[in-house]
Design a protein around this ligand. Sequence first.
Ligand code: DQQ
Length: 556
Amino acid sequence: SIVDPLLRTGYHFQPRKNWINDPNAPLYYKGWYHLFYQYNPKGAVWGNIVWGHSVSRDLINWVALQPAIEPSIPSDRYGCWSGSATTLADGTPAIMYTGVNRPDVNYQVQNVAYPRNRSDPLLREWVKPSHNPIIVPGGGINATQFRDPTTAWRAAGDGLWRLLIGSVTEARHGVAYVYRSRDFRRWTRARRPLHSAATGMWECPDFYPVGAPGRRAGVETETSAVSDGDGGSPRRRQQAKYVLKNSLDLRRYDYYTVGTYDRAAERYVPDDPAGDERHLRYDYGNFYASKTFYDPVKQRRVLWGWANESDTAADDVAKGWAGIQAIPRTVWLDPSGKQLLQWPIEEVEALRGRSVALKNRVIKPGQHVEVTGIQTAQADVEVSFEVSSLAGAEALLDPALASDAQRLCGARGAAVEGGVGPFGLWVLASGDREERTAVFFRVFRRGGGGGHDKPVVLMCTDPTKSSLDANLYQPTFAGFVDTDISNGKISLRTLIDRSVVESFGAGGRTCILSRVYPSIAIGSKARLYVFNNGRADVRVSRLTAWEMKKPLMNGA
Ligand code: DQQ
């Protein structure tokens, strides 16, 4: 195989071998974090899906257990697909998941499972009661597109549980159906869905409250918090913001909106009426089928997301593994209230080892500086940039590019000289820089308007030179960064992990995860540079790079 074993990730979650996809039912129970995931016990391609199960004290070091949920009853015989956990009133976690119950078509129903032994903090065994399945499609629902139940929540007043199931309508609108139950056993569909939009199938919906703008943690981010016997004033209740996320089967990315939840009408309303077209994304790279959970230890909401491989299926079979989970991210509402911020959970910093720093280093147009002194194949890099002047920013005249970050980055990649930027990092680079993955910013000014508009900041990951191997999928990923760069300052953090480049722009306003497979820049041969391909000086006010240690990772 062309894919070197040293490209296997060191601190991103993965099982010892085989295929994984969606994170399922993340939860905290009696001192342990649990992560379940879609898993093929028999190989490195999708199929034979069961629920893999791992546990952790800190979300970083993981111990693999036996699969938790495997086909065993008529209503899950042909697959145990994605689902979520809900903590019931007595503290028992319940798992709801999609079962495939026909061999020929992917006919989908929803099942429930409970721990056999509630005093086992590792929740090793799960029991499927005989009243499964508990929800079957009906009343015009497409039975082959009806899956991925969310964590259930309770609303004030009637005390009923609610959950969502993703689907698609005949008109090909994505839809989140609401089901209600008093006893977690008999579920009835609400007359109207929570929300729907012209996007195609919604997989893996996720729906949760977020705290006040800028508030990073708090009990109000618990799934039932605002709605269940909320002690807050009606005013506070009214202002509570929610996030609805869906995974777009057709486009293979997760998008979300911020909005309010009208409990009486059982409807969700995005704040931005165009939110379902604008497609704010958790991540503008390789990140799908994500799911959040409420962490009662730190009272924060934590996001898990799956990143697949971008080598070939033949490479995956040769490697014996495929798929990882992104580093868990804390998510909270930006001070503007218009989008989320995301940051790697603080626990990951425990893996930081030896470090090096640059301070007050000016990078002239066309120059680059190597960061030396540590290995950087497995590293965490934080950098603060300061642009000397925004006067030379390129005008963004073409409206087709001005509204499409992906196209803009495709047209003005890391190697295309600009006015302000491209500047940023070359990671996993070979000594001659023939191989390198660029993570960078570029600043534009809008056309017309007398130049008084807020500058447009583009963030990109450009892997087109990441490997000399020609057989790889190397898409350029990009997103706009909604930040005020008028003082010239912008920050970047990149988690490098052998074949992962996971970046957080401007304090987590825009995130991009990319998978790359260098053929030279492997292990101790991987290098790190800061580069500036614009016409304005860029100052690195501070850069710190840490070697990252390898945690316990499922016995690998
Ligand atoms: N993966 C699961 C489905 C889900 C899809 C099957 C999303 O339940 O809709 O492995 O990646």
